[in-house]
Design a protein around this ligand. Structure first.
Ligand code: ATP
Length: 360
């Protein structure tokens, strides 16, 4: 089922939680709602579910305005961060619950319920846990059971609010890959709330970046990562080095160092900020001919295939983080205090404000 939200506004008192949000969630896709704490992700999810009413705007399910439809009529399944499974019921009974409470006319027979629950247990690969009680499960197992329980009633939409948020990093990683495989099998339109950029980029077909109640960017993971639409998106999707300076006909003057900014050749004079990710920097030993930003190595961590370098600019304009391969690190034979030069392999510049009237 395709989901569309149109011009959604929501306030809590004077606080604007959602500010004119319009979005499409294509049928059968897994969309991640990504953004910092408090940006409105959960509120948007609750509005789609019908658990919360917007002040303005519409929720459209498969082309029909569902704003007036009760949560039960929207056919959504939920999984929350702390999903309270019924402690006094076995795993089997927890999954069967949604089927047993259906109105008599729609309720499946006992035999059908049994078949369905066992199939779901197989799907989430936990059939051997059917007779256990929730306190006897690990956190990861509990969330997989919560998902099986949400799927039991065959929802047309699956809403997941930080479903793996309470789990440790390793289990989280395993479960998000598992969720992706499960989604590939079921193709239920799903919306997944997370504040973890790596999780969103790895799992989703489509990523929605939110900030302060607004949508900053929508796109496929590679699209938002490689072509961030705003400084916020750039900063949120990974570590970044910033170079503030004056932008003049395709060159950013960042404290006496000229950095190429060919996308901005038409700008005569403006204030700009250059963004570069740590792995997008070339690093070499200092020599008078080497072009780039002169730095000194403060600290290096070389574990596994990559070496992370903390570099201090010689002009005292701050620190730079670079990531190079461990092979390159070894061949440079670096020691703390060494003089180096760094150069962006690619630089993305956002224009701050023009410095004179003629500037574009
Ligand atoms: P998190 O990642 O921390 O869960 P979020 O992006 O999901 O954050 P929301 O839970 O949607 O954010 O909340 C958005 C803002 O609205 C927050 O500042 C929150 O305090 C506020 N808010 C949410 N629900 C209510 C409520 N019922 N009453 C008052 N304020 C609320």
């Amino acid at each position: 089922m395709a989901i569309e939200v149109k011009h959604i506004n929501k306030r809590f008192g004077n606080f604007v939680a959602l500010d004119n949000v319009s979005l499409d969630f294509p049928a059968g896709q897994l969309t991640a709602l990504l953004g910092p704490s408090g940006c409105g992700k959960t509120t948007l999810l609750r509005i789609i579910a019908g658990l919360e009413q917007p002040d303005l705007g519409q929720v459209i399910l498969d082309g029909e305005d569902a704003s007036a439809r009760h949560v039960r009529e929207r056919q959504v399944g939920f999984v929350f961060q702390h999903y309270a499974l019924f402690k006094h019921m076995t795993v089997f009974e927890n999954i069967a619950f949604g089927l047993r409470v259906k109105p008599r006319r729609e309720r499946p027979s006992e035999q059908e319920i049994r078949k369905k629950v066992l199939r779901l247990l197989e799907l989430v690969q936990l059939d051997w846990l059917a007779d256990r009680y929730p306190p006897q499960l690990s956190g990861g197992q509990r969330q997989r059971i919560a998902l099986a329980r949400a799927l039991a009633v065959e929802p047309r939409v699956l809403l997941l609010d930080e479903p793996f948020g309470a789990l440790d990093a390793k289990v989280r990683k395993e479960l998000r890959r598992w969720l992706r495989r499960l989604h590939d099998e079921l193709h239920v339109t799903s919306i997944f709330v997370t504040h973890d950029q790596e999780e969103a980029l790895e799992v989703a077909d489509q990523v929605v970046l939110m900030n302060k109640g607004k949508v900053e960017q929508i796109g496929a993971p590679a699209e938002v990562y490689n072509h961030p639409a705003s400084p916020f998106v750039y900063g949120f999707l990974g570590n970044v080095n910033l170079f503030h300076g004056r932008l003049h006909e395709g060159v950013l003057d960042a404290g006496g160092v000229a950095l190429d900014a060919p996308d901005h050749a038409a700008i005569r004079d403006a204030q700009g900020v250059g963004f570069v990710r740590p792995h997008e920097l070339e690093v070499e030993r200092f020599s008078p001919e080497a072009e780039g930003i002169a730095v000194r190595l403060k600290r290096a961590h070389a574990i596994g295939p990559l070496a992370q370098l903390e570099l201090e600019r010689n002009d005292n304009l701050g620190m730079i983080e670079a990531v190079i391969s461990s092979d390159r690190f070894a061949s440079l034979q670096l020691q703390e205090g060494d003089a180096l030069v760094v150069r962006p392999k690619r630089l993305r510049v956002f224009v701050d404000q023009p410095l004179n009237e003629e500037a574009v």
